[in-house]
Design a protein around this ligand. Structure first.
Ligand code: T1G
Length: 692
């Protein structure tokens, strides 16, 4: 049963019980209606309380049911709310912990609402690319007023219940035990008539047209490719401009439009993908984890400093080890500066500033980090240097300490072999800037112990990262894929594109930055260093030489004042470079390539399908556990447009048969071997299946 019914004296209590968050799935909705029927037919019952078991009143509609017959099966949430609102006996919502989405809409259909402090109150539907579809846009403005309700619905942000205590949303805030307070309240209102109903209230807002127009303009400007925010404004507007039942109909029509959009499906995919990534098929969820009460970081450079900040932000003390006092002082000063800048922006209180800075200390001696529960090295990306560091860590770190490498491509199994405790070695690949980027690639060595994996996955959540497990291969998941993306970008230059044309094509799709602006930002010499290694290790892989020619000109990007683009001192704006464009044209001529006009569609397909094809190999090899993990890597670490759901979801949306057909077209061109479909991709396409 996903809702229990019981009668205490004259009060019936319906308790939602559909763990983990009392999602209002079909079974729960049916159980609520059954409970209501029992209470209404029992003359001994004078009032009805609805509440939630466990850690939520209700987290809303069951998102897992969306776009399936169950979502629309009677009793729909609308029907449930109509039964509650049409009750002949008072219905009281007893709210605690989480009351969101359809859960809040259910509470708004009750006659009364009482809440414990600290409950998260929200209509977060917009974050899933939809809008409150069971009356929230019509009822919330009636209890909170137009502005507060509009802000909550358009942002989807949760508000603590105590902050809404003085509004008409809550009739009472429960002191102490919620159910005791609810029972007392129910006794008090059992005979009060007429029964108050939110739908009978009015939204009072003089000159609402001007406010709504201002809201439309503001929301249109900030919602980018997502249609839902603006529809939220229109739905809330109906609470002021239409009769209640007409407003409900209008809201429903907007909801049904949005729930079918690719943007909403992409956002829901990302919602579940974020949560699925922490599940490891061969690591039980109840695997005991090692306590992490202190952290050590080796290296106070850009990465080491950023990594250290993550742990300080989570309240965990961090000791940074450097070899030279000057480097240590510089690193600690940079960290302090970063926090000062955040505080200046009003995003950090002085108290928090002091607390976080105080949690990060420095040392020049390995002896002082031996007691840390985890040590993360962020030293130069060279296997020889890693060898020295890990041999030393093996000597000094206490038994049971986790030894992590921030390597971005090197073989974690080789690193583990430098120690006598390979089971304690793992990769924790942060993305620069490490204190900002959400992605953490957790690289699992062949011998990495399961409790180490579970510990680091739990730690990634604690430091608010999206942890994605990768097996060991060159580049893990993200960088291995980006290499194919970069290859195609270079070939496109040789065949007829300019850097800005390639960048603009993918930025139009929604990428934060195209490959060439990204190269100028990150440093073109990084790729140059890796390609030089690749030319030796894998001579069969072809690359465009344009990137090498660029580096031979010393054009490493913003850090050298010139890269694919020209830059002016103190200005990060990228200006088209005639020098570079001439170099590219000359290089095409040297190769005997007749440059041609290339469409944006070809640019987007070649860049993204190159990612997808490599990802299919990564999936097949078991480097990534599932396709949605790869989507999470690209959504949280590489600026892939959120409204597409990530490269794999994007390919599913296009249709894998269409992806393969495009690849077959490109296989006829230069470097056609790059377009041989991975066996998994070819099979799924042939079977009309999808990655996700
Ligand atoms: N439906 C289905 N599953 C849900 C769910 C939901 N609404 N909310 C959470 N889960 C699952 C989640 O996938 C995870 O599963 C587990 O619960 C714990 O989640 C008509 C149409 C409620 C604040 O958008 O914001 O109502 O991984 O890890 O950190 O207008 O979950 O364990 O298998 O996030 O404690 C609107 C979304 C729905 C709320 C709890 N509601 N959920 O956070 O746990 S649309 C939402 C959250 C709607 C109506 C419309 C959070 C949380 P698993 P968790 P948490």
């Amino acid at each position: 049963m996903s809702a229990e019914y019981q009668v205490n004296g004259q009060i019936a209590v319906i308790t939602l019980n559909n763990p983990p968050v009392n999602g209002l799935g079909h079974a729960t909705r049916s159980a609520i209606v059954d409970g209501m029927k029992q209470a209404l037919h029992n003359d001994a019952v004078k009032a009805i309380i609805i509440t939630g078991a466990g850690k939520a009143f209700s987290g809303g509609a069951d998102i897992k049911e969306f776009n399936s017959p169950k979502a629309m099966a009677e009793p729909t949430l609308h029907t449930v709310i109509n039964v509650v609102e049409g009750s002949s006996k008072p219905v009281i919502a007893a709210i605690h912990s989480v009351c969101m989405g359809g859960g809040l809409e259910l509470a708004l259909g009750c006659n009364y609402r009482i809440a414990s402090a600290g409950a998260q109150i929200a209509l977060p539907e917009v974050k899933l690319g939809i809008l409150p579809g069971a009356g929230g846009t019509q009822r919330l403005p009636r209890v909170l007023g137009l502005e507060m309700a509009l802000n909550m619905i358009v942002s989807g942000t949760a508000v603590a219940s105590e902050k809404l205590a003085k509004t008409a949303l809550f009739n009472e805030m429960a002191e102490g035990d919620l159910m005791q307070a609810a029972m007392a309240f129910a006794e008090k209102v059992a005979d009060v008539r007429p029964l108050p109903r939110v739908r009978d209230m009015k939204v009072d807002y003089p000159n609402y047209e001007a406010y709504l127009q201002f809201s439309r303009n503001t929301v249109r400007a900030m919602s980018g490719p997502f249609p839902a925010p603006l529809k939220c404004v229109e739905a809330v507007a109906a609470a002021v401009t239409k009769k209640f039942d007409d407003g409900i109909k209008f809201e429903r029509s907007l909801f049904l439009d949005l729930v079918q959009t690719n943007e909403s499906k992409a956002l829901r995919h990302a919602f579940f993908g974020e949560r699925a990534a922490s599940k490891l098929p061969d690591v039980p969820e109840d695997t005991p984890v090692r306590p992490i009460k202190s952290v050590a970081v080796i290296g106070a450079g850009t990465m080491g400093g950023g990594i250290a900040m993550n742990f300080a932000n989570a309240g965990i003390p961090v000791k940074i080890l450097e070899m030279k006092q000057e480097a240590l002082d510089k690193g600690l000063a940079t960290i302090r500066k970063n926090y000062e800048n955040t505080m200046k922006k009003g995003k950090l209180t002085p108290e928090k500033f002091e607390q976080r800075v105080g949690l990060i200390t420095g040392t020049l001696s390995y002896d002082e980090i031996g007691q840390a529960d985890i040590v993360i090295e962020a030293v130069f990306e060279d296997m020889g240097v890693k060898e020295q560091v890990f041999k030393k860590l093996d000597e000094v770190m206490k038994p049971g300490a986790i030894l992590a490498s921030n390597t971005s491509t090197l073989d974690v199994d080789k690193i583990a072999a430098f120690t006598k405790r390979p089971q304690d070695v793992i990769g924790t690949h942060f993305f620069s800037p490490a204190n900002v980027m959400k992605l953490l690639e957790i690289v699992r060595g062949k011998l990495t112990a399961k409790d180490v994996l579970a510990t680091v996955m739990g730690l990634s959540k604690k430091i608010k990262k999206t942890g994605v497990v990768s097996g060991v291969c060159d580049g893990f998941i993200g960088n291995r894929m980006i290499e194919q993306y970069s290859r195609q970008a270079g070939f496109l230059l040789e065949e007829g594109c300019t850097p800005e044309q390639v960048d603009k094509a993918v930025e139009k799709l929604g990428f934060a930055m195209g490959p060439f602006r990204m190269g100028d930002l990150a440093g073109n010499d990084i790729g140059w260093y890796i390609r030089k290694r690749r030319y030796v290790e894998k001579p069969q892989i072809t690359y465009s030489k344009t990137a090498d020619l660029l580096c031979e000109m010393g054009r490493f990007g913003q850090k050298t004042g010139a890269g694919w683009y020209d830059y002016k001192p103190g200005d990060r704006k990228a200006y088209s470079s005639s020098v570079v464009n001439e170099m590219i044209v000359k290089h095409s001529a040297d190769l005997g390539i007749e440059r041609r006009k290339i469409s944006d569609q070809e640019i987007v397909e070649r860049l993204i399908y190159a990612l997808v094809n490599e990802a299919a190999h990564i999936l097949e090899e078991g480097i990534a556990t599932r396709a949605s993990d790869i989507d999470m890597v690209y959504l949280t670490g590489y600026g892939f447009p959120l409204h597409t759901g990530g490269p794999m979801f994007y390919a599913d949306t296009v249709g894998l048969q269409n992806v393969v057909m495009s690849m077959q077209k490109y296989a006829k061109g230069r470097h056609g071997d790059a377009w041989t479909p991975a066996p998994l991709l070819a099979r799924l396409a042939a079977e009309g299946k999808t990655f996700n």
